[in-house]
Design a protein around this ligand. Structure first.
Ligand code: TXA
Ligand code: MG
Length: 349
């Protein structure tokens, strides 16, 4: 469904510096309760004033997101954190020192100033300081913590370029800042710091091993494996292309053979295959989309764009290779298996 609002689109070319007038106009929109989509290093965010209940309500409406799914507050400097939270544990201090600004979100007990509309009714709040310079400059000028979920329609893959945002939100928000393709391509790692031992609620570019080097104790949310994770948003159908997707796991030659066998019995235009630069030529039949290169480690960056591509192609069945064991494999497989509704076929070696 298209909205009726005029959505201004602004171009950011970091090579030439961010234009003062654009930054100030975008910051003004945020300050006055409006919505601006902007690039971060992970994915594009849909920003609004995180301390204003009505701005949060607008975010939920524009995304079509259930209002019990909390938003992340984005800040531009460490000292902005203190007003938003009830306290900062030592372990959090160490993690921020190591990974902020960057693709890591921490959960704290919230301060009263943070409205329940932003936290989805929870007494905790998620906070992140992005490393994207333009994003931080925008937040700084807005002068408020910026609530920003990924800038996609609820249920669709997160946006990794401004065109994805336009597809989902044009006509529904005040401004889209086009800063080109994002650097990372998957959403931030989320760590719950309110537990005795910190818990990774969403795997991301900052891996468990990286976290363990800074704080010796951390654990994965057991619900991630059981598919009933603790982060409220992780339980919703997510990232899903419109076609029915299945992931094939096992030795790559077996995976290719199995996918080709299945594709052989189906109409060629209805079959989507999620392959890599290294394997794309091995599938004679179907709409083959390369997610990136295993060798060059670009799968993380290409995943969400590839999932959206299947919707454009209008395929009904999607057969996907698997990426366990690759660089950032945990984060990649978390998104891929969600997109596939956890449908995975294990092929013996
Ligand atoms: O990289 C990112 O984190 C991007 C960019 C824009 O910063 N943002 C993002 O936001 O991915 P969103 O809203 O799409 O995902 C936030 C996730 C949801 O699964 C939500 O349930 C969880 O964070 N979350 C937020 N606040 C929480 C809280 N207080 N306790 C547990 N989970 C929380
Ligand atoms: Mg999201």
């Amino acid at each position: 469904m298209r909205g009726t609002m005029r959505t201004e689109i602004v171009n950011w070319d970091p090579a030439r510096g961010y234009r003062e007038e654009d930054l100030n106009r975008a910051a003004g929109i945020l300050r006055s309760g409006g919505l601006v989509a902007f690039p971060t290093e992970t994915v594009y965010g849909l920003g609004g004033d995180g301390l204003r209940p009505e701005a949060s309500r607008k975010i939920y409406a524009a995304k079509g997101r259930p209002s019990d799914n909390p938003l992340i507050l984005h800040i531009s400097e460490r000292r902005e954190l203190d007003a938003l939270v009830a306290g900062v544990p030592d372990a959090a201090e160490k993690l921020m020192e190591a990974f902020w600004p960057g693709p890591m979100t921490l959960i704290f007990d919230k301060a009263p100033v943070v409205p329940y509309e932003t936290t989805g009714g929870l007494d905790t709040v998620a906070v992140r300081m992005p490393s994207h310079e333009g994003a931080r400059e925008l937040i700084h000028r807005a002068g408020v913590p910026v609530a920003a979920p990924s800038a996609n329609t609820s249920g669709r893959p997160s946006p990794t370029c401004a065109e994805h945002v336009r597809e989902d939100l044009a006509g529904k928000i005040d401004m889209i800042i086009d800063g080109g393709s994002v650097g990372i391509g998957l959403e931030s790692t989320i760590i719950d710091m309110t537990e005795e031992v910190p818990v990774i609620l969403r795997p991301g570019h900052i891996t468990e091993a990286m976290i363990r080097e800074v704080i010796s104790e951390v654990r994965m949310d057991p619900g991630l494996a059981a598919s009933h994770p603790k982060a409220p948003g992780m339980k919703y159908r997510h990232y899903a292309p419109r076609g029915t997707m299945t992931v094939y796991e096992g030795p790559i030659e077996r995976v290719i053979a199995r996918i080709n066998e299945l594709a052989a019995g189906l109409p060629v235009d209805k079959v989507g295959i999620l392959a890599t630069d290294e394997t794309r030529d091995k599938y004679p039949r179907g709409q083959v989309v390369s997610v990136g290169s295993r060798e060059k480690r670009t799968i993380e960056q290409g995943l969400f764009g590839a999932l959206r591509r299947f919707d454009e192609l209008g395929v009904e069945f999607i057969f996907s290779e698997s990426f366990f064991g690759e660089d950032r494999g945990e984060a990649i497989m978390n998104r891929l298996l969600k997109a596939a509704g956890q449908r995975v076929e294990h092929l013996p070696s």
